[in-house]
Design a protein around this ligand. Structure first.
Ligand code: FAD
Length: 379
């Protein structure tokens, strides 16, 4: 636990990818920074664990050697709905890597750069004072010049995001040998009535499965892995094929409710409080670039603090950059939600796989080169 009353130039509320990126970028530029993370140690998170080339480039910029983490390479995307499926080459080499390993690696890198990490420390409130921010934890309060709101899927009191009917889950499985050939170097996106699943291998050959499902469908099928996986198998023979003989690594799946897809925080909290990651904006996970957005916004918020840019200007600039990417991702999400449209889409993808490759590119984060090169110029 931190000593109450301590001050720092900057505080990250949350030690996920966005909070750690913010802290690391500031600490390595000599700014005194603290990170408050509510969990005691490394932990799993609801996420498909698919890292795009953009996310990898941002991690590289932060000094993390992604290749050394031992993830599984991903080159091909396989889309399916019922018995219809299509494959296309990704426009880049992606990697499957657990968030447990990735988030802990980045948090430790922030610590090595000089940030002070306080684990098992939950922030209860953020309050803007004149030129300062007061950060209230369960046991003490702290002051800083600038804070990043980086609590991800969890909201801080008084700073809500809209509620939504989608629920997210994640499960790890030890795969059977027979299915491995269909899983190697592939990310599978499987649509079903009420949601979709993403499957990819991560380090040690473990299969990571993340899915979102509407609360209404969940009520009728139940929340246990046994009930949900039986439903997926009924909806998708391909899901059954990929998971036959696999054993769950956990007793029950991780879950997070009320995912506000399409949310963009345009209202300013205070000129000294910078929302980052899922607290700034939530892209539909089907396009799978949330980790790149979290890293990019954490780095950009740190650069804003270094350059004396206000939070309102930072938010305007970031959201304007996100808008085209979000628009395309939301259209894709609607196509996936509609059974007829997605079947037609997959048949089209089988005939013209290059269109899928193009769509994957279109839902990636743009403006990244500017972010990294402007920062490179300063270091
Ligand atoms: C089903 C699903 C699948 C996804 N799949 C992918 C994918 O394959 N690839 C991809 O790039 N993106 C994916 N995403 C998106 C991605 O997971 C998020 O965008 C990303 O995790 C956001 O990072 P973050 O740092 O903002 O938040 P988080 O990763 O949620 O981190 C927030 C941190 O803050 C801590 N915290 C919370 N509240 C407090 C508090 N009060 N005090 C202190 N600490 C606190 C938490 O413990 C946590 O460590 C997926 C999302 C979902 C829901």
């Amino acid at each position: 636990m931190p000593i109450g009353g301590a001050t720092a130039d900057a505080i990250a509320v949350g030690g996920g990818l966005a909070g750690s990126a913010f802290a690391l970028e500031l600490a390595r530029h000599g700014v005194s920074t603290m990170v408050f993370e509510r969990m005691r140690g490394p932990h799993h998170k609801v996420c498909g664990e698919f890292l795009s080339d953009r996310a990898q480039a941002l991690l590289h910029y932060l000094g993390v050697d992604v290749a050394a983490l031992g993830g599984s390479p991903v080159e091909t995307l396989c889309l399916s709905s019922g018995a219809t499926r299509a494959s296309a080459r990704l426009p880049f080499e992606a990697v499957g890597i657990s968030r447990l390993l990735l988030d802990e690696t980045l948090l430790q890198a922030a610590e090595r750069a000089g940030a002070k990490i306080y684990r098992a420390t939950s922030v209860e409130r953020l309050e803007a004072r004149v030129q300062r921010v007061r950060v209230q934890t369960a046991g003490a309060s702290f002051e800083c010049r600038a804070a990043a709101l980086a609590s991800g899927k969890h909201n801080i009191r008084g700073l809500p995001r809209p509620d939504a009917p989608m629920v997210g889950f994640k499960m790890h499985l030890h795969t059977a040998k027979a299915a491995r050939a269909s899983l190697m170097r592939m990310v599978h996106l499987i649509a079903f009535t009420g949601g979709y699943l993403g499957l990819c291998l991560i380090e040690n050959g473990t299969l990571s499965i993340a899915w979102i499902v509407s609360a209404a469908v969940l009520t009728s099928i139940g929340t246990s892995w046994a009930a949900q996986s039986a439903y997926f198998a009924r909806q998708s023979p391909f899901f059954e094929e990929l998971t036959t003989g696999a054993t769950p690594a956990w007793e029950k799946p991780l879950a997070v409710a009320g995912l506000p897809y399409g949310f963009m925080r345009s209202a300013t909290i205070a000129e000294t409080i910078y929302p980052v990651g899922d607290q700034l904006a939530v892209i539909p996970s089907f396009s799978g670039d949330g980790t790149a957005l979290a890293l990019a916004s954490g780095i950009a918020a740190a650069q804003a603090v270094l350059n004396g840019e206000s939070a309102s200007s930072f938010q305007r600039r970031m959201l304007a950059n996100y808008k085209p990417q979000f628009r395309r991702a939301l259209i894709l999400d609607r196509v996936i939600a509609d059974a007829r449209l997605r079947r037609a889409g997959i048949v089209g993808a089988r005939l013209f796989p290059s269109i899928v490759t193009m769509l994957v590119s279109a839902t990636r984060l743009s403006g990244l080169d500017r972010l990294i090169t402007s920062a490179d110029a300063r270091t």
